[in-house]
Design a protein around this ligand. Sequence first.
Ligand SMILES: Cc1cc2nc3c(=O)[nH]c(=O)nc-3n(C[C@H](O)[C@H](O)[C@H](O)COP(=O)(O)OP(=O)(O)OC[C@H]3O[C@@H](n4cnc5c(N)ncnc54)[C@H](O)[C@@H]3O)c2cc1C
Length: 371
Amino acid sequence: MAEFDFDAVVVGAGAVGLASGYALSRRGLTVAVLEQETAIGQGVSSRNSEVIHGGLYYPTGSLKARLCVEGRRRLYAFLDKHHVAYDRCGKLVVATAPEEVERLDAILEQARTNEVEGMEKLSKAQVAELEPELRCEAALLSPQSGVFDSHGYMLALQGEIEAAGGAVVVATPFEGATPIEGGGFQVRSGGAEPATLTTRYLVTAPGLSAQGVAGHIEGFPADLIPAGHYGKGRYFRLQGKAPFAHLVYPPPIHGALGTHYRRDLGGQAVFGPDLIFVDALDYSVDPAAADLFAAYIRKFWPGLPDGALSPDYAGIRPKLHGPDEPQPDFRIDGAERHGIGGLVALFGIESPGLTSSLAIGEEVAAKLGLD
Ligand SMILES: Cc1cc2nc3c(=O)[nH]c(=O)nc-3n(C[C@H](O)[C@H](O)[C@H](O)COP(=O)(O)OP(=O)(O)OC[C@H]3O[C@@H](n4cnc5c(N)ncnc54)[C@H](O)[C@@H]3O)c2cc1C
């Protein structure tokens, strides 16, 4: 492949772009990851819950089901190897009303179909032993769920790409690509030093910009670019001691896993995210929403003191569905879909994208015929 500047160019240095770059580096390819911001991991990968998901809920046969479970297994091994901090604290999915208990059974069945290890149903009394302040009718325990240092993870991925002779180039926006006759791409980048470079393979993992980036690849069929939506999620932080060791999730809402509790690696309690569809990238958190959050949280934690929640941060999910539409799967589109050899375009990499990232990277490599 000596005729190209790089074997592979990846657009976007979030968790998924870096994990894709890592998967290709591991196969001996020289990789350039282009990032428009001045640092890696400033997009969706910096505004999320940092939860390592078990993979309980996703429909049988979906990419989300397969890549979350595989990605989680790969992720724990990667974090161990690179000494990146995590806490495999386990998660409780709680039924806060008797009518929710049946939903737990359905989730348990789906989790077992998805081959999630160690799932257990717990009675009210068993939950009380584990988490005395938690109120619920019953719960599921997912012992493989956890929280981790996602930025440390991305730095480790960058280190791996660079150690293999690749480059992660910041302040370098991708501006467009043209397929070369006979294979490969000419890629145009902007920034302070605009450049043109050639590559055998092109992978686009630009998170919230997926639609715009695909639109700048010559020959990409416009009708295969899915409509994008923004699903905002807000977080509130607890002033005071974290009440639970486990993650606590009520059953999922339509389009998201719902506002949950986590104790972050610094030991502080964080609640969120909710789901609001928005038209613009607005990361503000309205302090008035604290009352809504408090009412919701008290369903499983009646002990939440008054006035203890302060606005924290918000993230925006790159969604492929609107509020009343079914939630689709990840889109990892290779030539079989768009007809352009050597190109993989990712769309709609919302949760559990972080957990799945290493497995998404493997899937990208497979789509390029490099497994
Ligand atoms: C509120 C919320 C909570 C979540 N919680 C979890 C969770 O607990 N666990 C989990 O597994 N997942 C979670 N997710 C999902 C997870 O965060 C995402 O799936 C994942 O971070 C997506 O990574 P990415 O690399 O695709 O996108 P990003 O991190 O957004 O990376 C894309 C990168 O591309 C760059 N870029 C864009 N356009 C260009 C261009 N033209 N040229 C160059 N660079 C460009 C951007 O600057 C950005 O750095 C959550 C998401 C949200 C919003």
